[in-house]
Design a protein around this ligand. Sequence first.
Ligand SMILES: [Zn+2]
Ligand SMILES: [Zn+2]
Length: 281
Amino acid sequence: MTPAAAQALSQPKIPAHPEIRYSACAVIYFAMHLACLSILWVGVTWRGAAILAASYFVRVFFMGIGQHRYFSHRSYKTSRPVQFLLAVFSMFGMQRGVLWWAQIHRHHHQHSDGPEDLHSPGVHGFFYSHCLWFLNEENRRTDYSRIPDLARYPELVWLDGGMTSTIPGILYGVLMIALFGWDGLIWGFFAATIVLWHVVHCVGTISHRYGGYRRFETKDSSRNHWFFALITLGEFHNNHHHAPTAARQGYVWWEFDLVYLVMKLMNWVGVIWDLKIQQRC
Ligand SMILES: [Zn+2]
Ligand SMILES: [Zn+2]
């Protein structure tokens, strides 16, 4: 065997990512990034940074408690009106409808880091897995067969529709402008949304390939990153892949899981119930 052939064999084999047929939403995705340049116009201020932080953390909280732990994993039960509100508030994060997100995410847990995983950095490479896969028209269809428990609610199916799925995001943008004017639009909507998107996608890419620590030897490459958990208010990704339906993702005192603490409070006041509790290790 030649040295070149031996070197090729020693390289990790990463198949080329699928050919991309960009959806029209790709224009919005790139335009949102460009719109952040308007920060140069309003200037960097403490007020702007505070609006960004508040807008980011409120939305990442609802994505964690709603889109991820409720709709994707059914970690607890709640009433139908609260379920609808959770869907709307989750969609303030502007990652399409909760049904689309949930069915993609369940598929991810089923095929984590395998060839069928749509956003595994080990399979498709970092860049495609971080920010291209969801712009691919092929991946924008909602497969209702993966979410029969959610597809039986017509209000959720309606909210998941092509145009209606944009309503919560638009309402959120209008709210930011009404509350904070230009700073609300530029810091609270454009910049905070971009930060939110990239943090969520870092959990899907960095927390599936680089650094961190693995508490559990799961069949995938998931890992916990304390920093990402801190800024996502409790997403410890290796713990989560070990027990996907568990309400709690922090297993020891220093794995701080704020979303779970709020869930416990909501459970105590009776807004949600039947939390799926995983034993501490
Ligand atoms: Zn994952
Ligand atoms: Zn999950």
